[in-house]
Every structure is written in structure tokens, then in C-alpha cells.
Design a binder for this molecule. Structure first.
Ligand code: GYE
Length: 326
């Protein structure tokens, strides 16, 4: 691109930014001026407490930012997300955002969005597309890091122990980024210690009902379970029911490490039923609105925006419970 073209582009972007500022942030102003930003958002579903909090965060943030949000719930099905994205393209939304239920199989529909010149933002979950031009940014957690944090807890918890520690794993939705990455991060962290044996690992689809069902099967098929690693809190909560119904004490007979950090899990932690929780922040709404506005204004944005998050012991969870937002 010539120097002059670059200068013109930068100047253009500045004008857009300045006029956006001077028109005021209130939704009514931007609507009256005909500038209301429209985002088409395809959500995974309503499978967990994390997801519900994520949906509320995005809907509230859109209202606050004066953004018109076209919201579509895919009920955990990729085909529904593809349909929703195609309908957003037809409706000529300004920006498409979505949380891809699984990592692969998106190139065709993302190329359609690109051909229609509609920028795409990934929120929460990643895609495995090789072609990076198919989306402008990915906003969400580092799931490998979360798996490593869970593994690190396990290593420390059993420091000094020499006999085998049998672990069962409840995996998230098969093929989803958080299931793949939480599994690999955890495996990576514990691989130096052969005493940790993952004796069974199966998907519970991130739901309480499936978490309970699969844990019941684990309890039947495994003679000795020391630890449950659940890829999310809802599955851990379902598993707690299965463990109690089998006459065992969750958190004591079977230790539990989980991911998300939702209120219900903190309550279970305050009762001694979950031993450690790795936080995953669902409150992505405000960041998504900012990002979409910048993209629409032609400003450059970071390709990868990671959320910062912590870990919780039962003591920390109990202290955080009264003010926990989700
Ligand atoms: O951990 C789980 C939800 O993609 C990070 O999806 C998200 C995960 C979250 O169903 O509870």
C-alpha cells in the first residue's frame, strides 16, 4: 500500500473515531444518528451456570453500549450455529460474534462472512482454522493454562505420596476448545509423576445431568477412585450427587478439582465437597462491545485477548461467596 493511501486510511479512521465520540455514547443518540451498531451473536447454548452468566453479561453489555444485539442460542449444535451465522450475513449485521461449540469445521461459513465483508470476533472458544484472515480477534480464557492449574493443584496435594493416585476425568463437550485444552494442560502438568493414573475419562458434555450419569458409571466400573477432575463446575456438581448416592463423601473419599468458579461450586466448596476450583471468567460482555465498536470503526485490535483469572481453595471460595457475581 502506498504511503499516501496509509495516511488517508489513518485519517479516515480518526474521523470515524472522532465523530463516534462527539455523537455521544448514549444509545438513543447513536440510533437517532443512524449509527447503531448491530452485532449478530451465536451462543453455544444454556448448558451450564458459566454459560448463563456469559449470556447475561453479553446482553446487559449490549444494552448499556447502545448496541443492537441479534442473539441466537444454538443448543450445543454446530449446524445451528452455522445457520445463525448465515442468517446474520443475510441480515447484513455490522459484526458477527460467536462462541464456537467445537473447534473444527468453520472455514466454509467464515469464508462466506469474509466475502460479505462482515468482520467476525470469536468469544470464549477458539476455532482451529489455519486461515487467520477468517476472524479479527479471539477474546477468551487460556484453557491450557486452566488445565495446568488443576494439574498443579493435584501435584501439590499429593506431594510426598508414593502409591498410585487414581484419577477419573469428566471431559467437556467433545471437540470443544475448553475440553481439548483443559485435558492437555492437565496431562502436561502431571506427566512427570507416574503415580497419577487417569483410570477413566469420558465426556459429560458440560452438563450436570451428564456429569452425574458418567460419574455413576465410573463408580461402578472403577474399584478405587481417589480424585475427580471435572472440566467444569456443573459436571462436578452432578458428580457430587452420584458420589453421595453411592454412599461416599465428595471432597473426602473422592477429592474434586474443577474449573469455572461459579457460585454453586463455591457453595459446594464451603461444604467441603470440592477441594479446588480454577476460575474461568464468563463476564466478557463489555470487552466484546468495545472490541466490536473498534472493529466497526476500522481500528486495529489485538488478535488474542486473554481474560485474567485466579484459583480458589475452599477457604477462599467461602470468603468470596457473598459477593460472587455469577
Ligand atoms: O467452562 C463451561 C461451559 O467455553 C469456557 O463452556 C466455556 C465452558 C465453561 O459450558 O461451563
Amino acid at each position: 500500500m502506498s504511503k499516501r493511501a496509509v495516511t488517508a486510511l489513518v485519517a479516515g479512521a480518526m474521523i470515524v473515531t472522532l465523530s463516534a465520540c462527539s455523537s455521544g455514547a448514549a444509545s438513543s443518540d447513536s440510533k437517532a444518528a443512524g449509527h447503531k451498531l448491530t452485532i449478530g451473536f451465536s451462543q453455544v447454548g444454556a448448558e451450564s451456570g458459566w454459560r448463563t452468566a456469559n449470556t447475561t453479561s453479553i446482553q446487559d453489555a449490549a444494552k448499556k453500549a447502545g448496541v443492537e444485539l441479534k442473539f441466537s442460542d444454538a443448543q450445543q449444535k454446530q449446524e445451528n450455529q452455522i445457520k445463525a451465522i448465515r442468517s446474520f450475513i443475510q441480515q447484513k449485521v455490522d459484526v458477527i460474534a460467536f462462541s464456537p461449540v467445537v473447534e473444527s469445521g468453520w472455514d466454509t461459513v467464515l469464508k462466506e462472512a469474509k466475502a460479505a465483508k462482515i468482520p467476525v470476533i470469536l468469544t470464549d472458544r477458539a476455532v482451529d482454522s489455519k486461515d487467520e484472515s477468517l476472524y479479527v480477534s479471539f477474546l477468551g480464557s487460556d484453557f491450557v493454562e486452566e488445565g495446568k492449574k488443576a494439574g498443579d493443584w493435584l501435584v501439590k496435594e499429593y506431594d510426598g505420596r508414593t502409591d498410585d493416585v487414581n484419577v477419573v476425568q469428566l471431559e467437556g463437550t467433545t471437540g470443544s476448545a475448553p475440553a481439548n485444552d483443559r485435558k492437555s494442560g492437565f496431562a502436561e502438568e502431571i506427566k512427570g509423576e507416574p503415580k497419577f493414573k487417569i483410570v477413566a475419562s469420558q465426556t459429560g458434555d458440560f452438563t450436570r445431568a451428564k456429569g452425574k450419569e458418567v460419574m455413576q458409571a465410573f463408580l461402578k466400573s472403577q474399584p478405587k477412585i481417589d480424585v475427580l477432575y471435572a472440566h467444569n463446575d456443573d459436571m462436578a456438581i452432578g458428580a457430587i450427587q452420584a458420589i453421595e448416592e453411592a454412599g461416599k463423601k465428595p471432597g473426602v473419599d473422592i477429592k474434586i478439582v474443577s474449573v469455572d468458579g461459579v457460585k454453586d461450586a463455591f457453595t459446594a466448596m464451603s461444604q467441603g465437597k470440592i477441594n479446588y476450583d480454577v476460575e474461568c471468567n464468563p463476564l466478557l460482555g463489555d470487552q466484546l462491545m468495545d472490541l466490536a465498536k473498534k472493529v466497526k470503526a476500522g481500528e486495529s485490535v489485538e488478535r488474542r485477548i486473554k481474560t485474567t483469572e485466579g484459583t480458589f481453595t475452599p477457604e477462599q471460595a467461602t470468603a468470596a461467596l457473598p459477593t460472587r457475581q455469577y
